[in-house]
Design a protein around this ligand. Structure first.
Ligand SMILES: Cc1ncc(COP(=O)(O)O)c(C=O)c1O
Length: 425
């Protein structure tokens, strides 16, 4: 480790976002152990389902092993409702185009592909960093037959999921809401996770509350909740033997992990408060630099899961990225995400690039991506990354996620702020 910008590395690493435990978690884990419910049934799961439904303001929550599996079941429900039950060996979205968030973690849309769907990406709104409702409208003009939208709330800062839902309703489409990063955030006073026809939240180790892993499918439909419980436990029929009428999954939440999640729920608001303070300290400490923090959409209360920044276009030094490497040319008064991330890493802290938009991923190179002005690339793949029209590529080029761990001390954060300032000297 070399000393970068004359700042000594931290002895103990400052992370992007790690679990914050409080003590109650172990009590519920012990309860599972002592009562021998070391299984995918038990009181902790029942309680987590009640807590998750109440928190999101929906009728039912189904505890699953992670959010990806919840999103998978959401896709299956949507596909079967829209297109009927698929033949064995076929996906419920087989060959169907699905409008998906573009600037997100690939777990948002992997389940679309598990079910045979073809993602069509919707560009990002510059003012919210979430799916752009204007681009979504445009996409329905171009592909009027599409009947499913999968939209994620990024970094705990909700965009216009209300408008996205309205647009879906107007076009007779269903909405899957990926609220993995947004638990506890609200839009118009309504919790994230309550906007989708089917929604999902995550308890992955880096999320606002955690069970080390885990997720919930959220719904207002009792039939969906019951079926999600059945599908997630190998789709066993109600019979004295192992009777099967449809394909099943081993997706249920563990009662041990549910104990951790149960102990975390009472601390959700406290975690959000800590994350908000981190965001506001960055905002204040970085004042005067040619950067902006991730945007807060009007009428939203973010959960502030990750603090991010974007560098003004004029203050960007030259930066190029291949599929696996990044290079930049340092320039006085300017910087770039690569330089800042290198600097953060050099002092034993963790930052992260913005999610690389899905339409820039090699596996989706032939998939369409729709912006406000129509399709962003011709069939020849000849779009220009970073062009003014390609908002996602532009945020990826100029943005980064900052260390946002709620155990980071004020002193540690001050050092990170000073380091970022020195990157612009
Ligand atoms: C936007 C988004 N969707 C889905 C997931 C998947 O969640 P899980 O790890 O619980 O499967 C994550 C994070 O892990 C995420 O950030």
């Amino acid at each position: 480790m070399y000393i970068r910008k004359n700042i000594k590395p931290f002895e103990k690493k400052v992370w992007l976002a790690t679990p914050t435990m409080h003590g109650e978690e172990i009590k519920f884990v012990e309860e599972a152990y002592n009562t021998n419910w070391m299984s995918t049934v038990g009181e902790n799961i029942n309680e987590v389902e009640k807590l998750a439904a109440a928190q999101a303001g929906v009728k039912y929550a189904v505890g699953l092993c992670n959010c990806t599996s919840a999103l998978h079941l959401c896709c299956k429900f949507a596909g079967e409702r829209l297109y009927g039950k698929p033949m064995i060996g076929h996906g419920a979205l087989e060959g169907k185009k699905v409008f998906c968030s573009d600037m997100t973690f690939d777990a948002t849309l992997n389940p679309v592909v598990y079910e045979g769907g073809i993602p069509v990406f919707i560009d990002t709104e510059a003012d919210s960093w979430n799916m752009d409702p204007v681009a979504l409208e445009k996409a329905f003009e171009i592909y009027p037959d599409v009947k499913l939208v999968v939209s994620a709330e990024l970094y705990g800062f909700p965009g216009r999921m209300d408008l996205i839902k309205q647009i879906c309703e107007k076009h007779g489409a269903l909405l899957i809401e990926d609220a993995a990063e947004a638990m506890g955030a609200t839009l118009n006073g309504r919790p994230c996770g309550s906007f989708g026809d089917y929604s999902a939240v995550s308890y992955n180790g880096n999320k606002i509350i955690t069970g080390s892993s885990g997720g919930c499918l959220l719904t207002n439909d009792l039939e969906v909740a019951n079926k999600a419980r059945k599908w997630s436990t190998q789709a066993r029929e109600n019979a004295p033997w192992y009777q099967h009428e449809e394909v099943g999954y081993n997706y249920r939440m563990s009662n041990v992990i549910a104990g951790v999640i149960r102990g975390q729920y009472p601390h959700l608001e406290e975690h959000i408060r800590d994350k908000k303070e981190i965001y506001e300290r960055y905002e204040k400490g970085l004042k005067g630099l040619p950067i902006k923090m991730n945007p807060i959409t009007p009428n939203t209360n973010p959960n502030y899961w990750l603090s991010c920044l974007i560098i003004d276009e004029k203050a960007m030094c030259k930066q190029v990225r291949s599929d696996s490497e990044a290079l930049y040319i340092p320039e006085t008064g300017k910087s770039c995400p690569t330089e800042i991330l290198e600097a953060i890493f050099s002092i034993n802290a963790e930052g992260r690039p913005i999610w690389k938009p899905m339409h820039m991923q090699p596996m989706y190179r032939n998939h369409d991506v729709i912006g406000r002005n129509g399709t962003l690339r011709a069939k020849t793949n000849a779009y220009i990354a970073g062009s003014v029209d390609d908002i996602g590529a532009d945020i990826f080029q100029r943005g980064l996620c900052l260390p946002s761990d709620n155990k980071m001390t004020k002193e540690e954060q001050d050092i990170i702020i000073e380091l970022i300032r020195r990157c612009f000297e």
